[in-house]
Write a new protein. Structure first.
Length: 215
């Protein structure tokens, strides 16, 4: 059985191999302020970054403040974000988040995890995305790609995203947290896909128990 020390060493090697292969942009989402990034992140669930950027190009011209999202009829907001999918729930999340921003933080996006988690519709994944990209606060974003790859690489035995986040944090120094989650996201999109991972062209195949066992 692999020891924690051996896992840390293996994880570090995976990082070193994959790091040069993918862009160092902190997020593919387009934004001009922490608030715009928060909105984009909320509506990005189960949607491509490209599609979100297409929607927000118009959305951010129409809605400039948290109050704007509360003033408009929710049916209109739903139609404005409809191309991102699950627009009923996303519209509710946006309005709840914006109401929280106004009531708790004077309309400003807070720069701390605990405060962000007080906002309706904001979980640790969204908070880490905003904190890392907008405020340079270390954190690991556990989306579906990170969850799948961390399990396939056997860097965690957990299924809960919050526990996976904690497991991965133990494997790296803080200055690598955000970058490692970005690496796994890019690798998950391009090579280690959900339906059919391309083990034959994976540069870290020899370091991945899942690949070695054909999973």
């Amino acid at each position: 059985m692999e020891s924690k020390k051996e896992m840390i060493k293996r994880a570090g090697r995976i990082f070193e191999i994959l790091d040069p292969l993918y862009t160092h942009e902190k997020t593919a989402l387009e934004y001009r302020s922490p608030f715009e990034l928060l909105v984009a992140t909320i509506i990005s669930a189960q949607c491509t970054d490209k599609q979100v950027n297409h929607v927000t190009k118009t959305l951010f011209k129409k809605y400039k403040t948290p109050q704007d999202y509360l003033t408009v009829p929710i049916e209109e907001l739903e139609q404005d974000i409809r191309p991102t999918g699950f627009y009923h729930n996303k519209a509710k999340s946006l309005r709840g988040c914006c109401r929280g921003l106004i009531e708790l933080f004077g309309g400003k996006v807070p720069a701390g995890m605990d405060d962000l988690l007080k906002l309706p519709g904001v979980g640790r994944k969204t908070a880490n995305c905003v904190l890392g990209a907008a405020f340079d606060v270390p954190g690991i974003v556990v989306d579906t790609h990170v969850k799948r790859l961390a399990q396939r690489m056997e860097l965690t035995a957990n299924k809960d995203p919050d526990k996976i986040e904690m497991d991965l944090q133990e494997l790296f120094p803080k200055d690598r947290w955000r970058r490692f989650s970005d690496i796994l996201i890019y690798h998950g999109r391009e090579v280690c896909t959900a339906r059919k991972p391309s083990h034959d062209r994976c540069p870290v195949r020899s370091l991945c128990p899942g690949a070695l066992s054909g999973r």
